[in-house]
Write a protein that binds this ligand. Structure first.
Ligand SMILES: Cc1cc2nc3c(=O)[nH]c(=O)nc-3n(C[C@H](O)[C@H](O)[C@H](O)COP(=O)(O)O)c2cc1C
Length: 213
């Protein structure tokens, strides 16, 4: 069994990365071989409209553009579980994650018939979002939008689970930054009390999506 995590945050060792590491730990404890991929380490763009994937006789669900993302797309489609992690930037997934989703979406659709399935395997997916706003803000403003951003994952024929880690700790030392909008005490409390619960939830999701309840 293979599980991969795809970190759509530029910050290694921060909220999104830590959540994904826990999901991978859960997957590993469920018996999976695991791998972390940091999108911001890779050199790639969104879809280049080369249309190689739309040529007659082309291998289905294959991106022929050669850059650092092409092998990642292959890995997603051959994994048993994939954990996507992204901070919310201006109400959206990050630009690198968006570029990945664009590439994945295009190889999974055909101009013959939008409803035709090109992928017949099964990949379970966990989508982890981290953000500044509290849980109510996520439910109200972002939850539906995030599901829409990752809608292509429904074409992977597996389970799709969303998890939001809200009100995250953004700076090591708030006093060094202009952050009048945030209450450091409250942020610290969230970091100490809520974030460990988010990590535990990520671990459980990692296990569950790799077949261990
Ligand atoms: C450019 C930028 C835009 C952001 N936009 C939002 C936003 O629209 N809503 C929100 O709740 N948090 C926003 N944030 C906060 C991050 O989503 C949040 O701190 C997240 O947990 C950071 O993830 P990381 O620690 O893995 O880098 C933004 C942060 C940055 C750097």
């Amino acid at each position: 069994m293979k599980a991969i995590a795809i970190n759509g945050s530029p910050r290694k060792g921060w909220n999104t990365d830590l959540i994904l590491q826990e999901a991978l730990k859960g997957a590993a404890d469920a018996g999976a071989e695991v791998e972390m991929i940091h999108l911001y380490d890779l050199n790639f763009t969104g879809c280049r409209s080369c249309f190689a994937c739309k040529r007659k006789g082309a291998e289905p669900a294959k991106c022929f553009w050669k850059d650092d993302l092409s092998p990642v797309l292959d890995k997603i489609l051959s994994a048993d579980a994939v954990f996507f992690g992204t901070p919310i930037y201006f109400g959206e997934i990050t630009s690198q994650m968006h570029a990945l989703i664009e590439r994945l979406s295009f190889i999974l659709m055909t101009y013959d018939d939008y409803s035709k399935k090109l992928f017949h395997g099964k990949v379970n997916c966990g989508c982890f979002y981290t953000m500044n706003v509290p849980q109510e803000g996520y439910e109200k403003m972002y939850a539906a939008r995030m599901r829409q951003s990752f809608a292509v994952l429904n074409k992977l024929n597996g389970e799709v689970v969303d998890y939001a880690s809200c009100d995250t700790w953004q700076f090591t030392d708030y006093s060094k930054f202009q952050t009048a909008m945030f209450n450091e005490e409250h942020k610290r409390k969230m970091r100490e009390e809520q974030f460990p619960k988010d990590l535990a939830a990520a671990y459980q999701i990692g296990q569950k999506l790799c077949g261990k309840e």
